[in-house]
Design a binder for this molecule. Structure first.
Ligand code: NDP
Length: 284
């Protein structure tokens, strides 16, 4: 693909990974539009911003209509917008909160995909690049709903890729591990907290925040996105960063029992902090 004239749209480009991806694509010669629910914030941006809320059909339709009015085509869609609910025992989120995280992380991506596919099919070309996570193929205790959205993204993307490949369209998943962004600051707290999980929740919150602080730069993910966008034969899955690469290998080759034990040890799930609050719990 000649990237010089290609048009790319990156959702959630106001910060973190999305911003780094948008900048990397500009540097590679793409005409890039980023999106944010707040629209353009900084007129010195290297790329243009469109207002977009991926949870709204009307907002998605308006953004795609505007892009097509301006350029008549869309070559690359990067579905990056997303957030986490953590620390949150799976039982600590209401059904409303479960729906809310799926509405952005999964249905938002589906909405965007449905909006661009007719145009990519008409062009007989296009790349859809979905930002998943290592928790798209690993469990995330105290982040179960977030992991569920990323597992859903994985199943949807791999299936869709088979459907559209003969139409000149490819779908790729990018799987980063901890990445240094505002992700932890933008986490949503559980809305139905239970005393029984409190000790472990605080422990996991600190572990997550420490890991993100020491995580990869967002540019690591951006480089991989560019690779997926420009590869003549893109892969369905790309890990981003060395930790993600190692975790993928472990998932593929290590016995399930070993992974189970390592994860519990790593998160301290069997330590007194994990079990102590249960003794005092008076709930519901
Ligand atoms: P940030 O919180 O820094 O960025 C999230 C972006 O998503 C923001 O630009 C925000 O835009 C946008 N966003 C959130 N909700 C919506 C919505 N409803 N409609 C449109 N945009 C929305 O986090 P990251 O950069 O870390 O996260 C980006 C992606 O990377 C996410 O999908 C996340 O799951 C994934 N990821 C992150 C990892 C990490 O360790 N940081 C690891 C693995 C994956 P605005 O608020 O301006 O609308």
């Amino acid at each position: 693909m000649n990237s010089r004239e290609s048009v790319a749209l990156v959702t959630g480009a106001s910060s973190g990974i999305g911003k780094a991806i948008a900048i990397r694509l500009v540097e590679a010669g793409y005409r890039v539009y980023g999106t944010s629910r707040r629209g353009a914030q900084d007129s010195r941006q290297l790329f243009e911003m469109l207002p977009l809320d991926v949870t709204s059909d009307a907002s998605v339709e308006a953004a795609i209509t505007e892009l097509l009015r301006l350029h008549g085509r869309i070559d690359v869609l990067v579905n990056n917008a997303g957030f986490g609910v953590a620390p949150a025992g799976a039982e600590e989120s209401s059904i409303e909160q479960a729906k809310a995280i799926f509405e952005t992380n999964f249905f938002g991506l589906v909405r965007m995909t449905r909006a661009v596919l007719p145009h990519m099919r008409r062009q007989e070309s296009g790349r859809i690049i979905n930002i998943s996570s290592v928790v798209g193929f690993l469990p995330a205790p105290y982040g179960a709903l977030y992991a569920a959205t990323k597992h859903a993204v994985e199943g949807y993307s791999e299936s869709l890729d088979h459907e559209v490949r003969t139409k000149g369209i490819r779908v790729s998943l990018i799987e980063p591990a901890y990445t240094k962004t505002h992700f932890d600051a933008n986490l949503l707290a559980a809305d139905s907290t239970l005393e029984v999980y409190r000790g472990m929740g605080a422990h996991v919150e600190k572990a997550l925040s420490d890991a993100i602080t020491k995580g990869d730069a967002p540019s690591v993910v951006a480089d991989v996105v560019l690779k997926a966008a420009t590869a003549a034969r893109p892969k369905v899955r790309y890990t981003a960063g060395s930790l993600a690469g190692k975790l993928r290998l472990i998932r593929r080759f290590a016995p399930a029992g070993l992974i189970d034990a390592a994860l519990r040890k790593d998160l301290g799930l069997d330590t007194p902090a994990a079990s102590q609050p249960r003794i005092h719990a008076v709930e519901r």
